[in-house]
Write a protein that binds this ligand. Structure first.
Ligand SMILES: Nc1ncnc2c1ncn2[C@@H]1O[C@H](COP(=O)(O)OP(=O)(O)OP(=O)(O)O)[C@@H](O)[C@H]1O
Length: 258
């Protein structure tokens, strides 16, 4: 029986008097990759932020636990070492070189005001090489293309070397070969015992995860293995049967129903 990496009990969230999430219960086991999918506005990003303790300007109820401990009781630095975050359309220090951006992922590991250690440099180099961003490590973020920038922000999340990694639309701006590289990166994180939770609009890639959370209207419509027929049926239903899930060359894919 796998340990639970992230659990939520009765999570509800509202913003500006609008209820966004309604009583969400879930358990995400360690060492698995869960993709979160659903139509625009279903509450995917809001759920991810609620699970990471990053939901600001919102009224949140319920409990989240990270690796068996209530999230609210984990000191901020410790939480930042255990949980890496890659957000959607994230702003970052645009003038900083890519290397320094990735080094920000090491902040929770470093004593206050201490220079980076050799372990920090090694983690940053490995992360930038994994995302193939090493070649432009000296270039400021502002001079990078959308996809190049995304790979630096992914490197920052990888450099944390956290047990649990949350990513909100990590494939935005990535071309197909780099989407495939991202898939391999996630697979190796999970093979090493890590837990990955990613919000994805690329449903065919989301279907390569271990498990899928299918969301609709602030609720979990279905949570199950990506290989299961029940998951495919839920997926087709929340997208109003405008997609169909089919197996091609042994892989489950979502195709438009035209
Ligand atoms: N700051 C906010 N104030 C009020 N409502 C908000 C706020 N942020 C999000 N919402 C609303 O909450 C709902 C869920 O938003 P969320 O971003 O979680 O959806 P999503 O499933 O990630 O959508 P998308 O696929 O479009 O990225 C939407 O209806 C959105 O308009």
């Amino acid at each position: 029986m796998k340990e639970i990496a992230v659990s939520a009990r009765q999570i509800s969230a509202s913003m500006q008097n609008n209820a966004i999430l309604h009583g969400i219960d879930l358990d995400l086991p360690q060492g698995r990759w869960t993709s979160v999918v659903g139509p625009n506005g279903a509450g995917k990003s809001t759920l991810l932020k609620a699970l990471a303790g990053l939901l600001r300007h919102a009224r949140v109820q319920g409990q989240v636990a990270l690796l068996g401990r209530p999230l609210a009781e984990i000191p901020a630095r410790e939480r930042a070492r255990q949980l890496a975050w890659m957000g959607q359309n994230e702003s970052a220090a645009e003038d900083l070189p890519a290397y320094d951006i990735a080094m920000l992922g090491r902040l929770p590991h470093r004593p206050w005001m201490a220079p980076p250690s050799s372990a920090d440099h090694a983690a940053v180099q490995a992360a930038l090489r994994t995302t193939q961003a090493w070649d432009w490590r000296d270039r400021p973020l502002s001079q990078l293309s959308g996809g190049e920038r995304q790979r630096v922000l992914l490197a920052r999340a990888l450099a944390v070397q956290a047990s649990v990694t949350f990513m909100d639309e990590p494939l935005a701006n990535l071309d197909p070969p780099h989407q495939t590289d991202w898939l391999h990166t996630v697979r190796s994180l999970v093979a090493a015992g890590g837990t990955v939770v990613s919000v994805l609009h690329e449903i065919s890639i989301a279907l390569q995860a271990d498990d899928m959370l299918v969301m609709a209207a602030g609720r979990i419509a279905h949570h199950g293995p990506c290989q299961d027929g029940a998951t495919h049926a839920a997926l087709e239903q929340v997208f109003e049967r405008r997609i169909q899930v089919r197996q091609i060359d042994g892989m489950w894919m979502a195709l438009p129903r035209v």
